[in-house]
Write a protein that binds this ligand. Sequence first.
Ligand SMILES: [Zn+2]
Length: 480
Amino acid sequence: MSSTCSPRCANPPAASRPGRRRGCGRVGFAPRLGALVAVLAWLALGGCSEPQVDPSQLGVRELTEEELAMNAALEDPDLYAPPEEEPDEEPPFQLNQGAQVSILGYHDFSESRATDMIIPVDKFRAQMQAINDAELPVISMEEFLAWRRGEANIPDYSILITIDDGWLGTHTYALPVLQEFGFPFTCFLYTNYVNIGGRSMKFDQIRELIEAGAEIGSHSISHAAMTRRGNRSEEAYQQWLRDELLGSKEWLEERLGVGIRTFAYPFGSYNNAIAEMGLELGYEALFTVNGSKVSWDTPAGELGRFIIHGNHDGNFELATTFRGRGALVASEMVAGIGDEAQPADQADSPPEPRIRVWPEPDSLIGERMPRIEVDFSEFTDVEPESLRMSVTGLGPVPLQVDDAGRKAWFQMPYKLRNADCRVVLGFERNGQRENVAWRFRVDPYPLYLGDDGVSPMAREREDSGGEADPSPAAAAVSGG
Ligand SMILES: [Zn+2]
């Protein structure tokens, strides 16, 4: 084998690398052909007796059949090994981990009646029109799940449309509007309300939704709040949860002939154990109703949705507002914990008090599980019990407050996967609710972990040899 290889072919014998055998043989053929061409040309021009070649003869001479055949062979790609693939030809796939998805949750639709859970069809159409006009892309559940699995990208900002329960209005009113705009959607059905007459959808109507491209998800069997154990024994409760999750999945799969891979908690009610059970039983994504956008960080068992009401627009506006538009941000009230007070020459009056925060606004940190901290020492009029915090990908989070009620913090429970982290802080002062917001960035590949990795409060605790964690006496403020 080695004797048929040209020196350029560095392949080991075919026995050890069978996949390269053909390539090796072909690479060897080309130089031999070239040598043959040279020899023939040399012979045609007179061979040894005529060492001097008249250059004018090369261009005008008619080629022999053999020469033509050889020229053709030079051009024949089948005779040559394909060029080595350039490893850097295409940039490697990069997942858009900074993308944000607003998931809308609708219930029932009507001709004109408007309640929390029923939206008039004209209003629904106007909302779809607004999404269309704003050029906000509406993605399908399939696209959303592929992104979550890390297989495909979605736009920076997008909308996912979901409809709960299985009301007839989904088929009568929502379907034609969604088809009019070409928007994909997902329908969460609870099995006790499928095909039972009244205002429930029939199997045929559900199949029509599927034919129109709808994803079907489960919304349990009974639509009872899953966090309520009631008077069941622990064992009976666990079995009941399992049925609600898996029984509904299998029931729908059997009758509709589609895979059921998503679940919406009735009333959005869940806890970690239920979320975990859902993932273990084969759901890829489970949805709640916490009114926060979904990012790459958001755990698969607690994906937020905005419930869209028929009688007021607040949630729709929140859901469709991206890039910090809206009235949330009052960043001049927020400063880094280490920032100096405003220089005196910039202020005619005494400097405005500011909320000191860490990680500092617009900073880049190396810590991927930061403790988000706020210091209200400059505000004496903030009610500590009124403090609330929402974090990108998590929604409302529980806050710890120190005994004096002037400092509060939230420890990230897992590593941030999203480089861009936004925090909204709400509180009450002088009887008014106010929100402030800031953002920081996380460097996923910090070269070194300098001071950035340790918060000032943590350093303070280390310096004083104090406890690393809040005392049990510290109040825990629910973020609900
Ligand atoms: Zn429901």
